[in-house]
Design a protein around this ligand. Structure first.
Ligand code: HAM
Length: 422
């Protein structure tokens, strides 16, 4: 028996219904914030992903060489592809440019619940502005999209890489030290971080103060810790303005400052954020984003850029864990012939209803009434039409309501008008 490749999944019609529901909900929120949809290829030139992160990223990618000898990679995310597309085709568009996307991504991760090798992201990139209003709106959009899916318990945590860099400078930490420390901070492994900082010759007193500031959400404590650094202090003031807008203009107050949010990807700078769904346990990160620098690196004229991506599959998992009731798509009508001589009439009625935008299905297996009704029920049919010779002689059919079981005689010619009113 063949099975799906490791880390990939099939989606049945019931699962696809949930996915399409969620896509619609998310797309509606993106468009309500003035974003337009974009699509880029599933694979890109490998260099697009190695130019910033270096060759080591290849271990995490699906890479291949095509018949023309080109080094390619299945996209692990869409920020780099969208920025490539922006530089190729959209640089002259009016700013700010607000782009959203849905797309499959591929990472050679170790599969587990909530972590796959093929997964879908719903995300966006905001190009051409980094005003406080723009950043506050981006945070509000991320929060609103996740909330609008129906999820109840989420946490928005906001960090800042400019402030973290200033702290590293203050602790005299070198670039190589930072490469070891950042993943520990990212995973909140504070015991391991304590040891690693000691190995970097940071004094116990300084380590304690740093660990405290990484874990506090009290802005005044962060401010006094970085008071001697002008850049970090200015950045914190900007961040306060952004958070003020988030709270008082967007009316979103469920967030926390967490300097331990540092993000795994290499292109971020300044503000970064994540949304977690604690119900998911280990793979609880639903959304990640922030401001970043890729345009000049890819050869475009420098513009501010920021964005985020939501793990689509994890959002579905979290909704299921919270017991969310996804709407089921219903069939308007299922048509059952009393005998096979009625088949052609059933098909004609089905076609007539479909042409009026009414979803209609007809028993293609020529089963008895009992089995057909059971099948109609399994397909969530709201109504059933029964076509029998006696009624048809009078140009009538039987219309049955599946919820109440009530039946009535309806004329064949009036059926689409009757069902359209439902
Ligand atoms: P990321 O944090 O790597 O950021 O991915 C965003 C989201 O994708 C994660 O929060 C998670 O929910 C989901 N995700 C990541 N890896 C997997 C996986 N193996 N299986 C299932 N879900 C996964 C980015 O990709 C950035 N491009 C976000 C961004 C956009 N930053 C600026 N603009």
């Amino acid at each position: 028996m063949y099975q799906v490749p490791r880390g990939t999944r099939d989606f049945t019609p019931d699962e696809m219904q949930k996915r399409r529901y969620l896509e619609h909900a998310m797309a509606a929120t993106f468009t309500s914030f003035g974003y337009g949809e974009i699509q880029t290829p599933t694979f890109e030139n490998l260099e697009l992903f190695t130019v910033k992160s270096g060759e080591s990223i290849i271990n995490e990618l699906y890479t291949f060489t095509d018949k023309g000898g080109r080094a390619l990679a299945l996209r692990p995310e869409l920020t780099a592809p969208v920025i490539r597309c922006y530089i190729e085709r959209l640089q002259m568009e009016p700013k700010p440019l607000k782009l959203f996307y849905f797309g499959n991504c591929y990472r050679y991760d170790r599969p587990q619940k909530g972590r796959y090798r093929e997964f879908q992201q719903a995300g966006c990139e905001l190009i051409g502005t980094n005003t406080c209003e723009a950043t506050a709106e981006l945070l509000a959009l991320a929060y609103t999209i996740v909330k609008n899916t129906g999820l109840k318990n989420i946490r928005l945590n906001i960090g800042n890489l400019t402030i973290i860099s200033a702290i590293f400078k203050k602790l005299h930490l070198l670039k190589d030290d930072q490469k070891i420390l950042l993943p520990l901070i990212d995973k909140s492994q504070f015991d391991e971080l304590h040891i690693a900082l000691g190995d970097c010759n940071v004094s116990e007193e300084m380590i304690d103060a740093f660990l405290d500031v990484l874990q506090t959400s009290d802005i005044s404590r962060i401010r006094s810790y970085i008071a001697d650094d002008i850049t970090a202090t200015a950045e914190l003031t900007t961040m306060e303005t952004i958070l003020y807008l988030l709270k008082n203009a967007f009316h979103i107050s469920e967030f926390e400052i967490k300097l331990s949010i540092v993000r795994g990807l290499d292109y971020y700078k300044g503000i970064v954020f994540e949304i977690d769904a604690p119900i998911l346990g280990a793979e609880k990160q639903l959304c990640g984003g922030g401001s970043y620098d890729l345009v000049p690196l890819f050869g475009g004229s420098d513009v501010p850029t920021s964005g985020f991506a939501i793990g689509f599959d994890r959002t579905i998992l979290a909704l299921e864990e919270e017991g969310f009731l996804f709407p089921t798509i219903k069939l308007d009508v299922f048509i059952i012939p009393v005998n096979q001589d009625m088949n052609a009439t059933c098909i004609e009625i089905a076609q007539e209803l479909r042409s009026h935008g009414i979803s209609a299905d007809f028993d293609l297996l020529q089963r008895g009434m009992g089995k057909s009704l059971k099948y109609a029920d399994a397909k969530h049919a709201e109504k059933v039409i029964i076509v029998g010779p006696k009624e048809l002689e009078k140009k009538m059919i039987v219309l049955r309501d599946m919820k109440t079981g009530n039946q009535e005689l309806v004329s064949v010619t009036g059926i689409s008008t009757k069902l359209k009113k439902i």
